[in-house]
Design a protein around this ligand. Sequence first.
Ligand code: AMP
Ligand code: FE
Ligand code: FE
Ligand code: ZN
Length: 273
Amino acid sequence: MSDTFRADLHIHSTYSDGTFTPKEIVELAKKIGLQGLSITDHDTIEAYDTLFDLAQEAGLEVLTGVEFSAYHHGHSVHILGYGIDITHQPLIDFCKSHQQRRRERNLKMLEKLTAIGMKIEEEEILRLNDKSTGRPHIALAMMNRGYVGSVQEAFSLYLGEGKSCYAKGKMFTMVETVEIIHAAGGIAVIAHPHLISPPSLLREVLKYPFDGIECWYSRFSPEHEARWIDIADKKGWIKTGGSDFHGAVKPQTPLGCSWVNRECFDLIKKGSS
Ligand code: AMP
Ligand code: FE
Ligand code: FE
Ligand code: ZN
C-alpha cells in the first residue's frame, strides 16, 4: 500500500489562522484518504496538545511541524520546522515570544486603523482567535465592522506589507529561527520559496544552510515545482510539500491538494531524528 501513501505537510488550524480545529482537520484528512499530516500553525505548536491522540484514533501518521514568521534583512521569510520536539522548552519559549510579538504588533495596527477612522477593539480580534492572532483576524474584524468588503481588500489597501496600517513590530531573524528548530531536533525548511522577494533576497536565502525546501505547494504546476526540485537535488536538500490549507478563508487550496509520498515522509522523519 506504500504507493498510495499521501501526507499533507502544510496545514493551519484554529490555533493560528485556519478555520478548522485539529479534530476537524483529522476527520477531513481521513475522509479524503490521506495517510499522514503535519499541522504547521504560524508560530505555535499548540495543536499538538491533542493531535497525536486524534491522529492515532484515525490511523493517520503525524510529523510535528510549525511555520515560523522570520525576517532576513528586514524582509519576511516563512520557515517550516519539521520533526521538532514539542516538549523542548526553548522552542516553547520561542513560541511564547512570538505570541507577545504578535500582540504588540496587532495593537500597533489597530492604533493605525483607529487613526484613519476604522476603530476595532482588541477584544474583537481575540474573539476570532486568541491563540496566534494576526492580520487575517484583523481583516475579518474589519469585514465584520463593514470597513471592507473582503479580507483581500483589507490586505491590499491596509494590512499588506508596506500598506498604510501595516506594522512590522519585533522581528525574529531567519538565523535564530533555524537555530531554534535545530536545537529542538527538527529540520528547517524554506516555505513557499516563490513568495520570497525581491529576487536578491531569494538568492541569499537559498545560500543559507537550510535542510530542505518546500517543492510541492498548493496548486503549483509541475513546471513550477520542477524549479524547486532541481534546487533541492543540487543542494542535497530534503523536499517537502503541502497544501497550506487554511479552511474556509482560503477555499482555493483544499486539504491534500499538495502532498508528499512515503519516501519523502520517511526522509523528513529520518532527517529530523
Ligand atoms: P501575520 O502572520 O499576522 O503577519 O499574517 C500573515 C498571514 O496572512 C499569512 O500567513 C496568510 O495566511 C495571510 N495573508 C497574507 N497576505 C494575504 C492576502 N493578500 N490576502 C489574504 N490573506 C493573506
Ligand atoms: Fe496563514
Ligand atoms: Fe506561509
Ligand atoms: Zn502556511
